[in-house]
Design a protein around this ligand. Structure first.
Ligand code: ANZ
Ligand code: ZN
Length: 819
């Protein structure tokens, strides 16, 4: 630990208490100033925050403080995404009850956040695992259910036969259970889904309106939604009396379809295997494909395996009879679960055809090297080209042919244009304890019955056996399971699954506006005034699911008339990760930098300053302990500059000299730059380095006696730094003779006319040799510059009695006097 450069601990504690008392972050809804909703993604209470998490909250806090100074009525709330797997897993391993560990962790993290000086309106704190919150998560479930947007169906889950439990995808590592290394299998369970696919097109279309979202996040969302326009084509099954429909985006290749492949889950397989002559073999193939976990089956590097079904289908465009295969790589969930295979023009089909000796028929020729032949190919020809072997469409460019073929097929009733999305419905059931119970009751008479709103919340029982035994732990609690049917009063059973925690986080930004509301999840008037969120800040790891789910729930609530806006987050900022020793910080790698010790040694402001200074905030950055020391030294110098020189300094001159003017100009330039950096992309790092330069100049100005504007400059420095290092700024603000709080003072303004360099330094040469330098007003004319050069005393001495033959002025740079 280095020497103490300023009394940061006293200062930080003092001002944190002060801000709490004055209610700096308390949002008053009646306040008439323009609103600004600044939201950081609420954390999962894992127990301890490291400096990587810290970046998120420090950025959020800096933005909130800046906007307060800009005169907005700022809302900056905090809460806890408090349900979820880790707490439950810890409990299974013999730890404490999830509720207890979660609440303890929340308390610890709250202390950490406060110690960093991150300010929130704590009166609005929300905790998703508490009944006053999840009551409304359950209400949202019911709103979707009543609209037909929540439904139940069989779906496969990752199942570990040895742990006897369902695994999340991320718990399956290389096809094995993360905990016991057993091979994970697929298992079908009845589960709840939200029909997000109904909103696929809207979710895609509205991305265009999100001008202040990072392009790459919008692209990730669009890819996840995965809209594909193509055509559904019916292939009659030879001699079976029904069709199998496939989906293709490449109808131009249809004359080259030499076989068809269907998914092992395809519903028509049952009737096909009966008279295939190889029933046993096919059933075995289906079983083995299905025994593989989905994660490994659809991995790109997974082996493509197939089997001939013994049946043929008829290609409707040329009446050709082609074999019908089944393959492990065809997804039942996408398109129609059936694919027309075109090995000449699709690499996956090509590999499969080579493996199983199926025909390769070229229908698009390479215009640059015509005459490709199927048997000579080493790889599929996937480029555009000219149609061949395609009847009346020959010789057309393939793109144009695709349109013509689709028109023709639609007219002939062979197929229909259609759009498919990669997006699947949102599986929200979890066979887990630590989540919001799904508010549904099963009655033998009435069927699936929603728990009435007045009976919410369906409380999560405290007493539970965590040992996994194949079902949700709630299934083992008789008092919970056995209930009365809300409709007929007869005996009924409760749903024992809980909700995905992404449901909790899909609407929390609404709850902050009326966190104590007992009548509803939120207040329409207030949320309509305060949303969309003006600035959302979080990790890019949430670029897809959390944001998509939040957008979906927002749209549903809007369609139901509960809110009056369709997008929840107007602007999004995704901060980069903090890397240590080349890797993402994690407990298992042992490279976690804890901010606690740094805060003790250097103070929160140093940690904040370094975190913001470390690099462009949207990029990953490597943590460097030595550089923390640098941030600390800067604050130490600032402290000295203000508290020793600053306070007593008054303009000792009556008129500002050139040095003073330079400093004044630099001050306006700096205010301009920092303001711009705060408004555009939050370039904290360049903003801070600009202030550091100004502080440096101020330091030298004092040494040179250029103190005319010193107080203004120091005041600006303190104001400009206050969102980043609020404690020291508040203290210096007071020591400069101002009343706290610095955050009640408006953000400094610059005078653009003063940002231009007023004086220029011009080199003066005699016969090409540098003889002197002069200071000249930026706006001086060439004649004036020349005259000033001749009038310079040094030049006068050098010239002696000689007389100038010629004076050459190079604008803003130099004067050459020829004698
Ligand atoms: C024939 C064809 C020829 C295809 C060709 C591609 C290239 P995107 O763009 O991602 O939507 N396909 C359709 N359903 C499938 C399923 N359930 N499982 C696996 N593959 C499936 O991809 C659409 C293409 O993916 C479709 O177009 C189909 O193969 C395949 F030269 O049909 B194509
Ligand atoms: Zn009933």
């Amino acid at each position: 630990m280095s020497e103490k450069l300023y009394p940061f601990d006293d200062i930080e504690k003092k001002w944190q208490d002060y801000w709490l008392k004055m209610g700096l972050f308390r949002m008053d809804p009646k306040d008439a100033r323009e609103k600004y909703y600044c939201l950081v993604m609420f954390p999962y209470p894992s127990g301890k925050l490291h400096v990587g998490h810290g970046r998120n909250y420090i950025i959020g806090d800096a933005i909130a403080r800046y906007k307060i100074m800009k005169g907005y009525n700022v809302l900056s709330p905090m809460g806890w995404d408090a349900f979820g797997l880790p707490a439950e897993n810890a409990a299974i391993k013999g730890g404490v009850h999830p509720k207890e560990s979660t609440l303890n962790n929340i308390a610890a993290m709250k202390r950490q956040l406060s110690r960093w000086g991150a300010g929130y309106d704590w009166k609005r704190e929300i905790t998703s695992c508490l009944p006053d919150y999840y009551k409304w998560t359950q209400w949202i479930f019911l709103e979707l259910f009543n609209k037909g947007l929540a439904y139940k169906k069989k779906a496969s889950v990752n199942w570990c036969p040895s742990c006897n439990t369902v695994l999340a995808n991320e718990q399956v590592v290389g096809g094995l259970c993360e905990r016991c290394d057993s091979r994970v299998v697929d298992k079908d369970l009845e589960q709840w889904f939200f029909k997000i696919t109904d909103y696929a097109q809207k979710l895609l279309d509205d991305l265009a309106g999100l001008a202040s979202w990072p392009e790459r996040v919008k692209t990730m969302q669009a890819n996840w939604i995965g809209r594909s326009a193509g055509i559904n084509i019916d292939f009659p099954v030879d001699g079976a009396g029904f069709n199998i429909t496939c989906f293709t985006t490449r109808v131009d290749t249809i004359f080259g379809a030499t076989y068809m492949v269907i998914a092992p889950e395809h519903p028509d397989l049952a009737r096909l295997v009966e008279n295939s002559g190889k029933k046993e073999e096919i059933l075995e193939f289906i079983a083995s494909a299905r025994a593989e976990s989905r994660v490994s089956r659809f991995a790109d590097e997974a082996e493509k395996k197939g089997i001939f079904t013994g049946h043929y289908v008829i290609n409707p465009v040329n009446k050709k009879r082609i074999p019908l295969w089944m393959a492990n790589y065809v997804l039942m969930e996408y398109g129609t679960g059936a694919v027309m295979a075109v090995p000449a023009h699709d690499q996956r089909d090509f590999d499969f055809a080579r493996k199983y000796h199926l025909e390769v028929k070229v229908v698009i020729d390479n215009p640059l090297a015509p005459g490709i032949a199927g048997k000579d190919m080493n790889a599929a020809y996937v480029e555009d080209g000219v149609m061949v072997n395609s009847g009346q469409f020959n010789a057309l460019p393939n793109k144009a042919a695709a349109v013509k073929i689709a028109d023709w097929m639609e007219a002939e009733g062979m197929g229909r244009r259609s759009v498919h999305y990669k997006l699947r419905d949102w599986l929200i059931s979890r066979q887990r304890y630590w989540g919001a119970p799904i508010p549904i009751v099963y009655c033998s008479k009435c069927g699936i019955v929603a728990v009435p709103k007045k009976d919410l919340p369906v409380l999560l029982p405290d007493k539970v056996e965590f040992k996994p035994y194949g079902e949700s732990p709630l299934a083992g609690i008789k008092d919970f399971v056995n209930t009365k049917c809300p409709k007929c009063g007869g005996n009924a059973r409760r749903e024992v699954d809980t909700m995905d925690t992404f449901v909790d986080s899909s609407w929390y930004f609404l709850r902050y506006l009326s966190p104590k509301n007992e009548e509803g999840a939120f207040d329409k008037d207030i949320v309509d005034r305060w949303l969309p969120v003006d600035q959302y800040i979080g990790g890019v790891e949430h670029a897809i699911l959390h944001l998509l789910y939040s957008r979906f729930i927002t749209k549903v609530l809007a369609d139901l008339g509960h809110i009056g806006f369709k997008e929840p987050f107007k602007a999004l900022f995704t901060q980069g990760m903090i890397i240590k020793d080349g890797a993402k910080m994690s407990k298992s790698k042992g490279n976690v930098v804890s901010p606690d010790e740094l805060v003790i040694n250097y103070g929160a402001d140093t940690v904040r300053l370094y975190t913001l200074f470390i690099g462009p905030p949207e990029k990953d950055a490597e943590w460097n302990d030595r550089a923390v020391e640098g941030a600390y030294r800067f604050l130490g110098r600032l402290w000295k500059l203000v508290s020793q020189t600053g306070a007593g300094i008054a303009p000792v001159k009556n008129n500002p000299g050139p040095g003073d003017k330079r400093l004044e100009c630099k001050m306006h330039q700096t205010i301009k730059k920092v303001t711009k950096d705060m408004e555009v992309d939050f370039k904290f790092n360049t903003a801070i380095s600009a202030v550091m330069e100004l502080a440096n100049d101020a330091h030298f100005a004092v040494e040179n006696g250029d103190t005319y504007y010193f107080k203004d400059v120091i005041t600006s420095i303190v104001l400009l730094l206050s969102p980043f290092v609020p404690h020291i700024a508040e203290e210096l603000w007071q020591r400069l003779g101002n009343r706290p709080s610095v955050f009640n003072h408006p953000w400094p303004v610059f005078d653009d006319s003063k940002t231009r360099e007023e004086t220029l330094t011009i080199a003066v040469m005699i016969n090409g040799k540098l003889r002197s330098k002069i200071e000249i007003n930026d706006t001086a004319s060439e004649d004036q510059v020349g005259a000033a050069a001749l009038a310079d005393s040094k030049i006068g001495r050098c010239m002696g009695s000689a007389c100038a033959k010629k004076v050459i002025v190079v604008a803003k740079k130099l004067v050459n006097i020829v004698i």
